[in-house]
Structure formats: structure tokens, C-alpha cells
Design a protein around this ligand. Sequence first.
Ligand code: ACO
Length: 328
Amino acid sequence: MHTSKILGTGHFVPDQVYTNQYMTTLFETSDQWITERTGIKERRIADPEKSEFPSTMAAQAAKMAIKNAGIDKNEIEMILFSSTMSDYNFPNSATLLQDLLEIENKCACIDLNAACTGWLYSLVMANSLIETGVYKNVLVIGSETTSSYNNWKDRSKSVLFGDGCGAIVLSRSDNSESKIHKSILSSDSSKKDDLIKRTGMARSPFFVDFESPDIVEMNGQVVFKSAVKTMAAQCATILDQTNVTKEEVDLFIPHQANMRIIEAVANRFDFPKEKVFINVQKYANTSSASIPLALSEAVEAGRLKRGNKLLLTAFGSGLTSGTVLLTY
Ligand code: ACO
């Protein structure tokens, strides 16, 4: 069996900023309400006029990740692209990205949707393909334009989400201390209706009514409680299974959905706050982009160094969840 390491990281966010103050011009809300409930102060919103879509944002993030990895783009053997809303139904965004990056080796391209947990699912898939010797270098993307399905008349959900992208190059790492130690992936379909977007796909393909108050349907309190309980339990389990103590974990990057969820997970699992990476105040919930975006910022800020132990955990519609422990 081979092992894999995160060889390079990159990210991209649109320039356009929707502050909480701007949200008050769209509907009745306040900076105080949003800050107290979520910790979010602003979010980045893609501008279609500037051609900001999942694949084009990913091209920027991927160029940074490939440069930081120090490999040639044609050494990428697979693109795994996580998004809750690909550019088109087909071809997939991974293929569009191959074209934008001018990768000429005809590498495998696949999109994956496991909602906010999608990038962690993609990381685990990529790791399995590297461990079993199928590939040496996989580009793993989380890129989201949640604004493309956000209903800007719905104050209860639109304040929560934003757009952005994170990318990594995951590569074979034999003879290195860097490796993925353990992963947990899960999905609880009994709560599938608690966070669901029904329109725009096979069951209602041509009906997307942006005046509708319920494009995304969410039972916020069920999602909140399940998110805290599941992520905290998975973190405890993975440390137990690997005999790693929480003192040995150098950095914890939870899915950036909501400051209260992040704090509650850290408290429940009794994890020191200074080791928790948080950027939700700047970007809101960027769904499956949130962890790779935070990861890239953590590397850039010097908060994550080679040999550090990194704990990642995510949660989303499904209700999907996942946790990974790795040495960076
Ligand atoms: N501004 C002002 N008032 C608002 C707003 C807003 N933007 N949105 C809703 N309200 C109102 C509601 O209408 C309600 O009013 P009412 O009592 O008169 O009916 C009131 O605020 C309180 O609503 P609650 O549902 O009690 O608020 P709560 O404290 O549960 O917070 C929230 C809501 C922030 C959505 C919380 O439930 C939450 O964070 N849930 C998790 C959801 C989440 O993170 N989803 C993301 C996807 S899943 C994931 O990534 C983990």
C-alpha cells in the first residue's frame, strides 16, 4: 500500500463582498441578528459577468495548488471536483477544468456531490486511489457558487451562504511522515428532508422559480443539533481509533458553516479554541469549498506546517458527514 500527502494547496474567492449591512437592504435583518446567530460578517458572491463559475474559480485555485505542489499540470492523473451545483449537468465541471488548465494528458475527470461534506468524500476517494497504486497525483477541488441557487428574498437561509473555491494536489508520499491516518464517512438518510433542494434536477428539471421562498428547504435547528453531535462524536472516535490524543493535534479545521456550530463542536469534544481554524466570518458557508479554502489559508498564514497533525470534519445535506485525521 502506498500513502498520500497534500503536496500543494490553493484557493480563490470572488472580489464581490456582500456585508451584513448590504443584506439589510435586501430584507428585514440586522448585523446583530446575523452575527449573534452565525458569527458571519460578510460573504463573497460570484459575478457571472466576470465569468465566475465553479470551474473558472477552480482554475484559479488549482493553478495555485499545482504551483505550490511543484509538479507539471500534465502529471495530474485525475480531477475530482466536488460541488453542490456544477457548471452544467454535463459535461462535468472537472472536464471543464481540465480544459481551462490546458491539461493535455486526457486525465480522468469526475464530479462528486455529497453536499457540504463533498470535498472530504473526494479527499478520501483520491487517497484510496493513491493508496492502491492507481494514481500518483490527484487534483481535489471544492468549488461552489451557492449564490446561483440562493433565494435573495429568503432572509433565513441566504445570509448563511457564500461562494469560493479550495484546491489541493494529493500525491503519492511513500517514505514521508505525511499521510492520511484514518477517515470516517457517513450519511444519515433519515434526515434527508431536513436540508434539501428539490428544484433544477430530474424530478423538476425545468422549474426553477427564483421568487419561490423555498428553493433550499432547511430545518435549521435539526441541522444544527445533528451537525454538532455527529462531528464531535466522529472526532472523538477517530482519535480513539488512531491512538492520537487531542493534545497531539496541531490544527482542527471543521466545516465553516456557523461560528456557533464550530464552537459547540470544539466545546463538546473539549478541544482548545486556539487550535481551531476559523474563517466563517469572512466567507460564510461555502459548502464543500469551506474546508479546502480554510486549509489553503491556514498553510498561507503559517498555521499549518509539515509534520503537523491535522483534523478535518464536515457535515451537510444528506445528512452526510465525514472526518479525516492526517499528518500534513
Ligand atoms: N434576520 C432576522 N431574523 C431572522 C433571520 C434573519 N436573517 N432569519 C430568520 N429570522 C427570524 C425567524 O423568522 C424567526 O422569527 P420568528 O421567531 O418570528 O418566527 C427568528 O429569527 C428565530 O429563528 P430561529 O429558527 O429560532 O433561529 P435559530 O436560533 O435557530 O438560528 C439558524 C437559525 C442560524 C439557521 C440556526 O438554526 C443554524 O445555524 N442552523 C444550522 C443551519 C446551517 O448551518 N445550515 C447550513 C447548511 S448545513 C451545514 O453546512 C452544516
